[in-house]
Structures are given as structure tokens and as C-alpha cells.
Design a protein around this ligand. Structure first.
Ligand SMILES: *Cc1c(COP(=O)(O)O)cnc(C)c1O
Length: 374
């Protein structure tokens, strides 16, 4: 039984804890054809382009479903059937992108590095020079499996210099880490409502270069996930092509207004950075060690080594921390026993310190010695 009367704080990288204003924005029903709802959609699309400084050459196409639906829509729509896409993999989301490409019937090559190692711009240059048939490159900005930050800017510049098309999965970084289309050339960038903009989950969106999207009619082998069709219908009618997730759109729009009021990306990054620092200071006190070198760690989600104790059991640990009011995330690595803690959501450093206390108490209850009580 939970010891706290409030809802647990989600330390997970989507869904995450949303603000009360975002939650209450869902307490209204909307007609999907109504001008007031369509005005929200239009404003939401503008906000999202602004965040990436992408008004000049890109358009924003929202898509129903979780983030993966938007990745699949982007790949299936933007890749001509004879494309060849190279995916840089250092975790589960890179693997998922490669799987989507192959399931959509396009040719895929992968360059896989260890979970704690990024592909470099030099790697990408070598791969593009050695295979002229590669037309597209896929990269995960922050690989949420571990929290590693991949060198997006350097990779984007190499891909542009070689005149290939870059598709970025920026799901867990968009809004928190700077992505400026003037400095980071990309053809498509994919993110979703329930991550660093702090909306509820249920829709994704693609920022796509307009000239590329205009050329992509008829590429998609899927009706529902045809990004071109979704875009051209929305341009013509201002409406979503099929039933929109109205409550999610309204709440996401509300979350965008709060995002701007907070100070946009720079302020969001600063708050998450403080969350991360408070968390790491607490973990250090408990004697728990991060999996990644802090130099390559994004302040989005942290992978921690499990305590080195025969008393440790993730399920029991998880349940105990949850009963104290915090939802943790299991690890996603095969080579080491780990768990993950998200730093994102409508929370601050105080909540992170409370989470550290909950984790420390849970470990003590399990009979696991923590450094600060030795
Ligand atoms: C969350 C996330 C996704 C999408 O996952 P869904 O479960 O479909 O929302 C994709 N890539 C990354 C890097 C993510 O963090």
C-alpha cells in the first residue's frame, strides 16, 4: 500500500509527470471539425517549428499514436521504395528504427557501437564514402535505453556535406536539448507529446523539410501512417485526416504555452540539468554508480548500476520505491544489472531529492548497505 496520498511522481521518460494545468486542459470535449479545435492544432504546429528554429524550410506534421507511429510514418513516407538507409545504433531505439526500415521493405544497413559508445562523424563519413548507395542516415539524438547523448551536430553536418538525407529520432531530447535547424541540417526530426514538452502521451509529430515532403506522395505503403496525406489534408482543411486525439492535443498545446512561459528550451534544459545534478549528488551519497561516463550523459534519463548485493531484487526495490511515491524505470541492458531514473517531467530538484531519500530507505529496508549509513 502506498504511504503517500498524492499520485506517484513518474521518474520515467514518458509518460511523465505533467502539471495540473496540463491535466485540467483534458477536462473538455472538442469537436474535431470545430474551428476552435483546429486553431489549437495550427498554433501547436507553429510552436513546434519555433522550438527547432525550423520555420524557413520545414513543416510540422502531427500524427496520432505513440512516438513509434510517427517514426514509422516518417520512414515509410519519406523513403522512396529504392532507398538505402544507414542507422547508427547504440541501444534499443536505434535497433527499433532499423527494424521499421526493414519491415517497410526498404534496404537498411546498420553501424552498431556499444551501449556506452557513440558513432562519430568520422565513422559516418567513412561509411558514406564507402557505400554511395546509402541515401538516408538515421540517428537517435538521446538514446533513451541508457541516456547517452549522441553527437548530433557533427553527424548532421557530415551527412549534409555528403548530400544525404538525415532522419533524427529526437523523441527524448526535443524541447530540452538545443536543436536549431540553422545549425543542424535535417530532413526529418521526430518527437512526441509525452516527453520533454511535458504533455500526455498519445501523439507524435515530424518536422520535415517541405521540399522533401512535397516529393514523397505515393511512397507510403500504409494508409493510416501516410505522412504526406496527413499533411496535404491538414493544409487543405485545417483538420486532422482521421479522428484526432482531441484531449491530448488540447493538453499538449497547454503544455507548450507553459513551456514558453518557463523560458523555452534553455529554461527546460536548465531545470533538467538541476534535476540531474541533484539526483547524481544523492546517488553518490548512497554509493550508487552511474553506468555512463558523465561526459556523454544527457540530463534526460540516467542508467544506474544496481547495488552489488545478494539482497537486491529489482521488483521488490521498484515496489518499495513506488509505495514511497516514485515510479522508477527498469534497465534495458543485457550486460549489466541496472535501473533507470528519469530527470524529465513537471518536477524540480526538490522532487529529485525526495526520490533519493525514497531510494535510500528502500535499499535499507531490503538490508542493503548504503554508503551514507556505513
Ligand atoms: C520514447 C521514445 C520513442 C518512442 O517510443 P513510444 O513508446 O512509441 O512512444 C522513440 N525513440 C526514443 C529515443 C524514445 O525515447
Amino acid at each position: 500500500m502506498s504511504l503517500v496520498s498524492r499520485d506517484p511522481i513518474l521518474l520515467t521518460p514518458g509518460p511523465l509527470t505533467t502539471s495540473l494545468a496540463t491535466k485540467t486542459a483534458m477536462l473538455r470535449d472538442w469537436g474535431s471539425w470545430d474551428a476552435s479545435f483546429n486553431a489549437i492544432t495550427i498554433d501547436m504546429r507553429k510552436h513546434l517549428l519555433t522550438i527547432a528554429n525550423a520555420h524557413d524550410n520545414h513543416v510540422c506534421v502531427p500524427m496520432q499514436g505513440s512516438g513509434t507511429f510517427s517514426i514509422e510514418a516518417a520512414i515509410n513516407t519519406l523513403l522512396p521504395r529504392d532507398s538505402h538507409m544507414l542507422v547508427l545504433i547504440n541501444g534499443a531505439y536505434g535497433k527499433r528504427m532499423a527494424k521499421i526500415i526493414s519491415m517497410m521493405g526498404r534496404k537498411v544497413s546498420v553501424f552498431e557501437t556499444a551501449d556506452d559508445v557513440s558513432a562519430t562523424a568520422a565513422d559516418v563519413e567513412r561509411l558514406l564514402e564507402s557505400d554511395r548507395s546509402i541515401s538516408h542516415v538515421g540517428v537517435i539524438h538521446c538514446e533513451t535505453s541508457t541516456g547517452i547523448l549522441n553527437p548530433l551536430r557533427e553527424i548532421a553536418q557530415i551527412v549534409a556535406r555528403h548530400q544525404r538525407s538525415l532522419i533524427i529520432d529526437a523523441m527524448s531530447s526535443f524541447g530540452a536539448l538545443e536543436i536549431d535547424a540553422a545549425k543542424i541540417p535535417f530532413d526529418a526530426l521526430i518527437a512526441a507529446s509525452g516527453k520533454c514538452i511535458e504533455g500526455p502521451p498519445g501523439m507524435g509529430f515530424v518536422l520535415v523539410r517541405k521540399s522533401v515532403l512535397e516529393q514523397s506522395e505515393g511512397n507510403s505503403t500504409s494508409l493510416a501512417l501516410d505522412l504526406y496525406d496527413q499533411w496535404s489534408y491538414m493544409e487543405k482543411t485545417t483538420q486532422w485526416r482521421f479522428t484526432p486525439p482531441t484531449h491530448i492535443v488540447a493538453a499538449f498545446h497547454q503544455a507548450l504555452i507553459q513551456f514558453v512561459a518557463e523560458g523555452s528550451q534553455a529554461a527546460r534544459f536548465a531545470r533538467y540539468q538541476k534535476n540531474y545534478e541533484a539526483l547524481m549528488a544523492g546517488m553518490e551519497e548512497l554509493g550508487l554508480k552511474p553506468f555512463l561516463d558523465p561526459k556523454i550523459q544527457a540530463p534526460i534519463i540516467v542508467t544506474m548500476h544496481a547495488p552489488d548485493s545478494s539482497h537486491y531484487d529489482f521488483k521488490r526495490f521498484y515496489n518499495s520505491v513506488r509505495d514511497k511515491g516514485f515510479i522508477l524505470y527498469p534497465g534495458k541492458l543485457t550486460q549489466a544489472e541496472t535501473f533507470r531514473i528519469g530527470c524529465i517531467g513537471a518536477i524540480g530538484a526538490e522532487e529529485m531529492r525526495q526520490a533519493v531519500h525514497a531510494i535510500g530507505d528502500a535499499l535499507q529496508e531490503m538490508g542493503i548497505k548504503t554508503k551514507n549509513i556505513e
